[in-house]
Design a protein around this ligand. Sequence first.
Ligand SMILES: Nc1ncnc2c1ncn2[C@@H]1O[C@H](COP(=O)(O)OP(=O)(O)O)[C@@H](O)[C@H]1O
Ligand SMILES: [Mg+2]
Length: 290
Amino acid sequence: MNKFFEINNLEYRYPKAQNQTIQNISFFVEEGTIFGILGPSGAGKSTTQKILTKLITDYQGEIKFMGKDLRTYKKDFYEGIGVGFEMPVHFNKLTAMENLKYFASLYQNKADYEGLLRTVGLYESKDMEVGQFSKGMKVRLNFVRAMLNNPKVLFLDEPTNGLDPSNAKIIKNLILDFQKQGGTVLISTHLMGDVEQLCDQVVFMTNGKLSPMASPRDLKLQYGKKEVKAEYLNDGKLTSKIYPMDNLGKNPEFLKDLNEEKLETIHSGETSLEDIFIIITGGQADAKND
Ligand SMILES: Nc1ncnc2c1ncn2[C@@H]1O[C@H](COP(=O)(O)OP(=O)(O)O)[C@@H](O)[C@H]1O
Ligand SMILES: [Mg+2]
């Protein structure tokens, strides 16, 4: 196992904040995985991303990136990482292409950004002023910006927030492609649909504290009810029954019902990640601000 990032006892407080914003958190990110930091607004997800991308440096604790203390990295750190900020800021008076040319000029490594524009479906709009872009187009352009320098790691803060399902799917597929090519991704989100489709490992953050690391599947097994619910339709009347999952194939009642009744739907009683989110984060819709 290759720990790409290793975070030990990280703490941080914004200068004017009363309480610790990040409260003694530890986790690690394996190379080639998609790691999700989940949690309600105000939990500290963006702050964590800012610390990991060296935008905030006056933290306590230890962060290792590829085995070396993050503090020892200089500007060249940015050559290897791509960052998609939560609130993308583009030059609105410039075209998409002009924006990309400008941002690409900040790096030595340069990706094929025309190709990237094609992949996100923006090539036709490359000469349009970004001020005229829809929200979805701006978010897709933001993703291209994160990929401009062929990074090894992507930091994505709420990458699909506010996107319609088809735009969100484009971005999610790009993230999965990036992983297939060996990339490592840190993503923060409060959208559990993204997590199901993308994340290998997740942590939940609430008020600057972290839950243990787990895979979405493990969480569902841990929190899931081991039950099966069947609905039967007889003479136009819908009834439902719940059976324990264990030994279901030998459950005489279940087998009898299956034989005698008209089965309409059948589901295992998995707890959704939405439910798990609410259980773990204590049902906070919004921790503090925003
Ligand atoms: N620049 C800042 N100065 C002071 N407090 C901040 C600043 N940015 C965020 N905060 C506060 O830190 C906490 C964590 O914020 P943030 O990391 O943005 O949460 P999230 O990304 O999970 O929504 C919130 O209470 C927020 O109000
Ligand atoms: Mg945030």
